[in-house]
Design a protein around this ligand. Sequence first.
Ligand code: XLS
Ligand code: NI
Ligand code: NI
Length: 442
Amino acid sequence: MKITVGNKEFFKGIGAIPYEGKGSDNPLSFKYYDARKKVGKKTMEEHLRFAIAHWHSFCGTGGDPFGLPTKIFPWLVNADPIQRAKDKMDAAFEFITKIGAPFYCFHDYDIVDEAPTLAQSEKRLETIVAYAKQKQKASGVKLLWGTANLFSNPRYMNGAATNPDFNVVCHAASQVKNAIDATVELGGSNYVFWGGREGYLSLLNTNMKRELDHLARFLHMAKDYGRKIGFKGCFLIEPKPMEPSKHQYDFDSATVISFLRQYDLMEDFKLNLEVNHATLAHHTFQHELQVAVDAGVLGSMDANRGDYQNGWDTDQFPNNVYELTEALLVILESGGFKTGGVNFDAKTRRNSTDLADIFHAHIGGMDTFARALLATDAILEDGEYLEARKQRYASFDSGKGRQFEQGKLSMVELRELAHKNGEPEQISGRQEYFENILSRFV
Ligand code: XLS
Ligand code: NI
Ligand code: NI
């Protein structure tokens, strides 16, 4: 990867972030993330496939429902929308190459502002996609995924693909078509659907069955279109239970999987799972991952963390090595990411107003992942954890237990066995013992 600074250097005084090891006290260095270090068969870079989210890091200026933006980004000042978009793209590629992330992700209207008409928006998008293509070529950075913002514009207040007004559905389709075009043009590995307003505020005014049928029809059309123009990557759905809708249709892994099965979409769609969304669904992140892995549809992940006191999507940067180790155990055991990766769908706090804070945030996140990766690899190599878990199921490995798994026993036979064997001996689940195995390596 080559550091790519545009006409103007935005992050002055900060160069490529080096790996200096855990003894270093340089805040602008990695203590654990060493891109080329081998962990098992792959390098850290190949395992983690980090991506930078265009929306949070280069568009998110800190506004919240109670106050105006706090962050003055020098790439957002030019009055001309195209020049502003190019400045933003320059800033993004400067940052991405200095932090050393191999990928990035965007929504259509992150990379250029939506114009007053659809025709103008399409023109703008074409111009900035051509510019992004040059920047990718010059730097070696790749697109992990593209998506369409179907939730910010007021026209989507009643939903996008699930809107009760067909005319809005057409607008959503035009945006998705253009965003798929952009993703294909930029060689993206995945295309994401996050259903921000695909859900409802009140069931009283909602025909849920009809809206879900429309969503499925829409996804089939998007998939057919993508395949027709040569998209070989993966379509991903990103579950989230609520916010901004009171109830989102893509509630959690299990809900989305059953939707994909019901509407015959399992072949082309996988899941993009986000840590904070799992928290909002009252699941642990590893639960969401495991459900996806077991159905063969784990695609990619959005890295962040919620706040255990607040009930919304705070999108903080990850900093909990133990929890991430639990998550990476599920991911690595399943064989790791293929087309997916780790996208930092995370933002610096509203009062983190220095440009350097964007670096501190990502350095912390990447180091946390690197530590968790090292711990996970060591746990799997050591084998005690896997063996202990396997042992809990040993009664199904032979004899009658095995026959049960093979479907060779009836209810009546199970009853007879219960009589014959008598009351089961108590067998400990040993949760604390399992937790301590992890602690040993974290
Ligand atoms: C919002 C989502 C969003 C998606 C992309 O909560 O996480 O950022 O990742 O539309
Ligand atoms: Ni996300
Ligand atoms: Ni989110």
